[in-house]
Design a protein around this ligand. Structure first.
Ligand code: HEM
Length: 205
C-alpha cells in the first residue's frame, strides 16, 4: 500500500527532479550557516553551524517520520508520502554535514568529546548511514521484513536522540524554540502511536 517515490511524476512540475532536488537544496542550505553565522571564535561559529544543521536534520527526519501515518489518518499529505524517501535521504545528508562540523570542532578547537556522546551519537550515525545505504528498492527487496524493522528502529532511535537534546534545554532554560521543537517531536510520535493503535484495532475487530 502507499505511494512510491517513482510516482513523483504525477505530483507536478517539482517532480521533474524526482525528489533529489530536496536532498541537494537541503545539503547546500546546511553549508550556509558558516557564512551567515555570528562572527566570533571558531568554536562559536562551529557551534552555530552544528545547531542549525541539527535542526534542519530534525525537520527532514520528522517529515519522513510522519509522512505515512499522516497520509493513513487523513488521506492527505500526498507530496510528503511520495517524497518520504528523499526526505529521509535529506536527513542523512544534513546529518553528515553535522558530522563534518563535529570533526572540524574537535580538530580545530579545544572541545572534548565525552564518552556518552561518542557512544550514543556514534551509534546514531551507524543507523543513519545504514538507513541511507538501504534506502532503495533493491535493498528493500533483499532485506524483506528486516528492511522495515531496521528503518523503524533507526527512525525511533534518532527521534530519541533529538528528544533528549531538546527536552533537556526546554526544561532547564524554558527557551520557546526548544519547547516548540520538543512539542513537534512529541506530536509526531503521538500521531504514529494513534495510527498504529487504529490499525491494530481494525485488524482485531
Ligand atoms: C558523536 C556524535 C555527535 C557529536 C560529538 C555531536 C556534537 C554536537 C555539538 C558539539 C553540538 C553543538 C552544541 C552547542 O553548541 O549548543 C551539537 C548540537 C546538536 N546535535 Fe549533535 N553531535 C553528535 C551527533 C548527533 C546526532 C546523531 C544527533 C541527532 C540524532 C544530534 C543532534 C544534535 C542536536 C539536536 C543539537 C542541538 C541543536 C540545537 O541546540 O538546536 N547530534 N551536537
Amino acid at each position: 500500500m502507499g505511494l512510491r517515490p517513482a510516482q513523483a511524476t504525477e505530483t507536478g512540475n517539482l517532480a521533474i527532479f524526482n525528489g533529489w532536488w530536496i536532498v541537494f537544496t537541503s545539503g547546500i542550505l546546511t553549508m550556509v550557516p558558516l557564512w551567515l553565522g555570528p562572527d566570533g571564535s571558531q568554536a562559536d561559529e562551529l557551534g552555530y553551524a552544528l545547531r542549525v544543521s541539527a535542526r534542519l536534520a530534525f525537520i527532514a527526519l520528522l517529515l519522513a517520520y510522519v509522512a505515512r501515518p499522516w497520509h493513513k489518518l487523513t488521506g492527505r499529505g500526498r507530496w510528503l508520502m511520495v517524497n518520504r524517501r528523499y526526505l529521509g535521504l535529506t536527513a542523512a545528508l544534513v546529518h553528515t554535514v553535522h558530522f563534518a562540523y563535529i570533526v572540524a570542532l574537535f580538530a580545530l578547537t579545544e572541545a572534548v568529546l565525552e564518552a556518552v556522546t561518542a557512544i550514543f551519537g556514534g551509534f546514531a550515525y551507524l543507523c543513519i548511514w545504514v538507513m541511507a545505504l538501504t534506502s532503495n528498492r533493491a535493498a528493500q527487496q533483499r532485506l524483506g521484513r528486516w528492511w522495515s524493522r531496521l528503518h523503524r528502529f533507526g527512525m525511533h532511535y534518532l527521534w530519541l536522540v533529538f528528544m533528549q537534546a531538546f527536552i533537556g534545554i526546554a526544561l532547564t532554560a524554558g527557551d520557546p524554540t526548544y519547547v516548540a521543537l520538543t512539542a513537534a517531536g512529541v506530536l509526531a510520535f503521538m500521531l504514529r502511536v494513534v495510527v498504529a493503535l487504529r490499525h491494530r484495532l481494525r485488524r482485531t475487530a
